[in-house]
Write a protein that binds this ligand. Sequence first.
Ligand code: 3H9
Length: 709
Amino acid sequence: MATYSRLPGSVALITLQNPPVNALSAAVRQGIVDTVQRALKDPKVTSVVICGQNGKFCGGADIREFAGPMLGPPLVPMIHAIEAVDKPVAAAIEGVALGGGLELALGCHYRIAHSKALLGLPEVTLGLLPGAGGSQRLPRLIGLTAALDLITTGRQHDSSFFSSLHLLCVCSQSISSVCVSGQSLDSRRLSTLPCPCPPDVDSLLDKTMVKVRQRSRGALAPVACVQALMAAASLPYTQGMEKERDLLTTLFNSGQARALQYAFFSQRVVGKWSLPSGASWDNSAARTISKAAVIGLGTMGRGIVVALALTGISVVAVETQEKQLAEASQVVPAMLQREAGRRSLATPPGVISFSSNLQDVCEVELVIEAVFEDMSLKLQVFRHLTSVCRPGTLLCSNTSGLDIDRLAAVTQSPGLVVGMHFFAPAHVMKLLEVVYGPRSSPEAVATAMQLGKRMGKVSVAVGNCPGFVGNRMLKPYLEQANFLLEEGATPQQVDEVLEEFGFPMGVFRMSDLSGLDVGWRIRKEAGLTGPGVESTRTRQGRRYSPLPDQVCEAGRLGQKTGRGWYQYDGPGGRVARSDHWVNIFLEAYRAEHGLVARSIAPEEILERCLYALINEGFNILQDAMAAGPEDIDAIYVFGYGWPRHHGGPMFHAGQVGLGRILERLQHHHHNHPDVPHLKPSTLLRRLVAVGSPPVQKWREFINKERVHS
Ligand code: 3H9
């Protein structure tokens, strides 16, 4: 709702009230309409100020209402009516003015903001455009060029940025004095102003459209934002508003908007973690960490040191190999300085001290081990740590899939051991998997989750199983991609289909970037390949493709060697070009194994890669290794490049239809009975049997089934 009060004198104060961010719900909109009317009718009121309760102006339209029918007064006429009134109206902005909140402020005649306030039009990130006049008023105020950037990216900035664009007025005269002086409000009504455009407006719009199409990877909203701004540049306001409305309606009805809004909420749902033991975010206390240590200063370790230091934590960075230590002590401070310069830090970065002696971690509160992915080495480190650290120190491992419980077992306090699985580069990538073992204490999980949040990560609590959630699902995806090559596809064909779907990189380009030796080493450790293992297409009782092993054996380890599934300009080269060698190699491989290449349709490529991954997601939910589909989806969106406008793999399954996914998995499993990952998961079957409930209901269904079983 919105409350009304008269300040001493002649100013009416309207306060938006809808915790936590004063979103413009039906009740708030009704409140605004009523209170503005009251201010107009009151002869003693000469000016109006709109503000928000609890230091937050407004977080925009109430996203929770988007799923239901539209109730209450619509935003567009409400804002238009405010702009039209003849008493000056000012928006007093504290905290945030985002989306519809900023659009409301743009309908006011004056805008004043606190220096720390954050403003922006982030609708594009929700699959929408600023549809309450924002796409038409903002460019009229700040010019087309600046508006294009803000609206197509959804970027948010503080008030000094917007002051420089004259969006905020430095009030040299108070609002009431404007009224007393009888100054006309005409020039303050943005809808009446022309849109300032650069001389080469057509070329600017064309170039922006090309850039936006490339960047958006199939997302509709950024393109619609450019179209709305084209209208602002070329049409009178009223016609521009018609265009804005039509584009908004199309976006609103698209699956992409639903996916992006789901992604917004799933990012918040995962913060409210719970474990099968009943421990959860609201009943488990986290420790505040001020001193930490990182063991191992390879690529991951260096990134983790920087991520910790950026939050103000002092870090002991330990590396036992002298050469690696010398290199890291040069590189890490430079990385930190660069990152600190890019962000405006609330606190100065923590101090980093380098050491080659594990003994130096004895004073810290938390250790993150980031040594080579080798169980015996990690066990050795954990044994050492438990003997040198103070009792009560949290011991974490950055393993990407090894058994946390085995590491915990060699320590004096297994309850204080958790996994903190970062993604490279660790100071940049948003995802953190926090892995709890059967003995991890709620306090250890809560501390790791909160530490992740402090580092600006989306932290997701996951169970302890090989590969945890992300890498466990990646395995069947990679496996299908290899099988498709055996059957006749090329790496480019597979990658193109996946990139068309919206992944920034297809599976083979991605593998080349990560290094093909990573998986090779894991397969060797698992006894799947290596000296003495026969080169057949079946290993350990199931279909296996030795293709990636053979590529590695040929010395092609990806970008770092200048050759992998593609060829590059040289070692470390970035631009992937198709390589004739790969085609000859695939032909020879097929001939050796008596395989006849067939032409494979893009639909089959997409289905087999994605549905195998999704199927494993259902197995993970069934095994309670993830609390709900939102956790899996957040992991894939923030850590694995899953296109956000498809919501995440589990959301996508719901959009395709669970019945359809089941039917296609059955079909592909029938054709490939030796591939267990294609066998539909029991949970998927059960969900289909109860009528395919929407993804938001799966958690409840799974929990109920668990209670009954
Ligand atoms: C729009 O305006 C469309 C118009 O152009 C046109 C329409 C015709 N609605 O993020 P937090 C909830 S589209 C409903 O953890 P923070 C959020 O779910 C909108 N709920 O806090 C969470 O709930 P819970 C354009 C909302 O301090 C709680 O508030 N606006 C909304 O880290 C706290 O959120 C945006 O895109 C909302 N609009 O960050 C802004 N916003 O506690 C979206 C938040 O139950 N919001 N909630 O989990 C944000 O970016 C951040 O929430 C904000 C606060 C920066 C405001």
